[in-house]
Design a protein around this ligand. Structure first.
Ligand code: SF4
Length: 407
């Protein structure tokens, strides 16, 4: 959508960098990319936007490589690009107060990825204040897309041939809090599946367990088209660290949720975000995080080495040495590789379904319902991306299943 608005305003040649602020490393890489693009395209206008630009606009406005800085709301508005395209002195900074944002941007309807999976944003922003997180300052307060609009978007995608949709948001399970009658997120999931019966597969981006409602648990148990894979925002396995993070769940809550979900949907695969090396984390706290991986039966780990984000409460807490943070993150990632491998091996010899992510080739990537990657041999030329094929798993290689089309 950004590209389209810019092109319509006559800025098709501009370089637009959409920055991320979630970790210090993401910010560093963004700045590096801006400088590289400036060197590669010396005559082009460089426009910087995204969460890092929203959080620290002056930092980017001060860079010689940057011509304009625009905020996360402004980047979605066609008028911004018209102003920037004006020949007489376009402003260097167009960054408004993100906390005043009320709407989620209009969906573009564009599907950019060749993978037949579309992302539908149902919510943006976050009202929580986890002590390590800068996201609310980049995205603003939580706001939801009304259910009927979500259904319309999903229906449009399905009518255009999209077999799989992921409902996304910054804090997706808070969906509905700002809508009349405060419907729970589970009701939206149920409505999408009921009102778009041709949708083959529905997935959810990431859930916050403190916001997991009874309707969501019911729909997980009852709707086979909701794929058996959930990603949970856990962050730590130690109660004291969870408290210092200002999370809204305990270790016991996390374990109880995972076990309840698995009881209702035994084939489900669970993933989680985990932070290693949060300020004041002792070796014993870290061991609690390592052990919650087993107690929750997690399969997919997203491990983040803690990095202090400016102006967050956690940045003012006693920090751990960098090497301790890196070493713990490495151990946790190693644990992640081991649990994934152990889980994948169980599929060897089984015949399972996999959705093709591409067509045409001797060996094709696919995804199982639980979102495991699978490398598939022997796919017929008549198959297209998005089709589901029955495959026999022959082994595991580098964190993915290896399979051939079942006879
Ligand atoms: S709930 Fe998620 S997005 Fe919101 S403050 Fe916490 S970590 Fe950040």
């Amino acid at each position: 959508m950004i590209r389209r608005h810019a092109a319509v305003a006559g800025l098709g040649d501009a370089v637009i960098v959409n920055t991320c602020a979630v970790t210090q490393e993401a910010v560093r890489q963004g700045a590096q990319q801006i400088r590289r693009l400036r060197r590669e395209r010396p005559g082009a206008r460089v426009i910087v936007t995204g969460c890092a630009a929203q959080v620290e606009p002056q930092r980017y406005a001060g860079m010689a490589a940057v011509d304009h800085v625009i905020g996360n709301v402004e980047k979605m508005q066609p008028g911004t690009y018209r102003v920037l395209a004006e020949p007489s002195g376009a402003p260097r900074l167009m960054v408004g107060d993100i906390m005043a944002a009320h709407d989620v941007a209009e969906p573009s309807g564009e599907v950019l990825s060749p993978i037949p999976r579309a992302f539908v944003q149902v919510q943006n922003g976050c009202n929580h204040r986890c002590t390590f997180c800068v996201i609310p300052f980049g995205r603003g307060r939580s706001r939801s897309v009304p259910a009927d609009d979500v259904v319309t978007q999903v229906r449009r995608l399905v009518e255009a041939g999209m077999p799989e949709v992921v409902l996304t948001g910054v804090d997706v399970t808070s969906w509905g809090d700002d809508l009349p009658e405060r419907p729970p997120f589970g009701r939206l999931v149920r409505k999408v599946l009921r009102e778009v019966p041709e949708l083959a597969r529905l997935r959810l981006s990431s859930i916050d367990q403190a916001e997991t409602d009874a309707e969501l648990l019911a729909v997980i148990a009852e709707e086979p088209r909701l794929m058996p894979h959930l990603h949970v925002s856990l962050q730590s396995g130690a109660d004291l660290i969870l408290k210092r993070m200002k999370r809204r769940h305990s270790r016991a809550d996390a374990i109880a949720l995972c076990s309840e979900v698995r009881r209702r949907r035994p084939d489900i695969a669970l993933g989680a975000d985990l932070i290693a090396g949060f300020p004041t984390e002792t070796e014993a706290h870290f061991e609690d995080t390592m052990s919650i991986v087993d107690e929750c039966g997690l399969t997919f780990l997203h491990v983040f080495p803690y990095s202090a984000r400016r102006d967050t409460p956690a940045a003012r807490m006693p920090q751990l040495p960098g090497e301790v943070v890196r070493e713990r993150a490495a151990r946790l990632r190693e644990k992640g590789r081991a649990v994934l491998e152990d889980w994948l091996v169980r599929f060897t010899g089984q015949t399972i379904n996999a959705a093709l992510e591409r067509a045409g080739g001797a060996e094709l990537p696919g995804r199982t319902p639980q979102f495991a990657q699978v490398s598939i041999r022997g796919v017929g030329t008549g198959q297209k991306a998005g089709d589901v094929v029955a495959v026999r798993v022959t082994g595991v290689d580098g964190g993915r299943l290896v399979a051939e089309v079942a006879a």
